[in-house]
Design a protein around this ligand. Structure first.
Ligand code: NIG
Ligand code: FE
Length: 391
């Protein structure tokens, strides 16, 4: 060991997500210790066998787990949509058209305002245990505004997604195909250097299946890997297109046919469920049980954005998924950690195992099950990110 080492000892119950290290799919170890060396995990095992280290932290029986991997958020924006939320809670339904309100506010904001807003939510998420966060453009919808959103995001986050195809820009309302040409042409040229992923909102009122295919294929030709907003507001071609194109994930998956479920179960595309959106739009819950029983890989994320899901809390989403989507607490915790890592095609995060990035949470609770059992309670009491104690 070359750098300063720290042992977290006396962990009552540790989720490793590595079945070779402990019991069941979560690889649970009781009375565990984790040794951190620099930004990596060096050792995991029984607390009484922990090797000598430079520093030690006594977890005093608390539970530990990998940092949450929130693989879906929209955090480069300005303004909020309180009035729209109020109207929804008085009976109006959600429509993608509300995105235009945030586009106008985002275009009018300075770079400094957008960056400060982004950092506010990144820190808010970190306090709740999110150590990896994906975020997207999509509230600029001009070449300059989309590129600046991605530049600002990429300055602070590793996982950045080009979503020029969030809705057809209001400037192109009369000619949507010209907007698709912009998104796949000049805008893509300006955005591709700042992003890892390309995403499309494939939905009635946004982009149809043919447009989505054109945009995802253009992004892929520029080295971006597809992910898709699919089947959120109704049935449609998004999920099957995502699987066909080998997208890393199909996100939302609220309205699925049997063929959609079969496609997800048979392909490499992760089904990313975003219950904050159904909560905040009073929509039907995605059926996680059906996906899991069919054999699909499921991730759980926040979708944090000012319109459809203004929560940065992965624990809240875990509680919703357990209460209303048919997931067990173990499944929900796996989906919010290892599932998110799978949706981002990452093997260095989402697990507490030798060689993995040292992203570890301590809960003020004896078990990870309390994340669902004690909804709304701020249980995350310590956070290490890349080996540094940040909370
Ligand atoms: O994932 N579905 C499209 N985009 C966001 C909503 C954005 C908004 O309403 O501002 C979502 O829910
Ligand atoms: Fe989204």
């Amino acid at each position: 060991m070359t750098t300063a080492t720290t042992a977290i000892t006396n962990i009552g119950s540790l989720v490793t997500n590595d079945p070779s290290l402990g019991a069941g799919p979560l690889g649970l170890i009781q009375d565990a210790a984790v040794v951190v060396d620099g930004d990596r995990i060096a050792w995991v095992g029984a607390s009484r066998k922990a090797p000598a280290t430079d520093n030690a932290v006594d977890a005093a029986g608390r539970a530990a787990l990998p940092g949450f991997v929130d693989s879906h958020s929209h955090l480069v924006f300005a303004g909020d949509r309180t009035a729209e939320f109020n109207a929804r809670m008085s009976g109006q339904s959600y429509s993608a058209g509300g995105i235009r309100t945030t586009v106008a506010a985002t275009r009018a904001a300075t770079d400094e305002e957008l960056e400060a807003n982004l950092l506010r939510y990144v820190r808010e998420a970190l306090r709740q245990g999110t150590t990896t966060l994906e975020t997207k453009s999509g509230y600029g919808l001009t070449t300059a505004d989309e590129a600046r959103a991605l530049r600002i995001a990429a300055a602070h986050l590793d996982e950045v997604t080009y979503l020029g195809a969030h809705i057809v820009s209001p400037d192109y309302a009369a000619d949507p195909e010209a907007y698709v040409a912009l998104v796949t042409g000049e805008m893509l040229d300006a955005c591709a250097p700042h992003a890892r992923w390309v995403d499309v909102f494939c939905e009635k009122g946004a982009f149809d299946g043919d447009q989505a295919r054109t945009i995802l294929e253009a992004g892929r030709a520029r080295g971006l890997t597809p992910r898709v907003h699919a089947n959120q507001l109704g049935h449609g071609p998004g999920v099957q297109l995502a699987v066909e194109l080998g997208a890393a994930s199909a996100d939302h998956c609220t309205h699925l046919t049997d063929a959609d479920v079969d496609a997800l179960a048979g392909g490499d595309t992760v089904a990313t469920l975003l219950p904050g959106a159904e909560f905040s739009t009073r929509a039907q819950w995605p059926d996680a049980r059906r996906l899991l029983d069919a054999g699909a890989t499921v991730a759980l994320s926040t979708d944090c954005n000012p319109g459809s899901s203004f929560t940065s809390s992965v624990p809240f989403c875990i509680a919703l998924a357990v209460r209303d989507m048919g997931m067990t607490p173990d499944e929900a915790v796996w989906s919010a950690t290892a599932g998110g890592a799978a949706a981002l095609r990452r093997t260095d995060i989402g697990r507490v195992a030798p060689g993995a990035r040292a992203d570890v949470l301590l809960l003020d609770a004896p078990s990870h099950v309390h994340l669902a059992y004690r909804p709304g309670v701020p249980l995350v009491s310590a956070v290490w990110q890349r080996g540094v104690r940040v909370v």
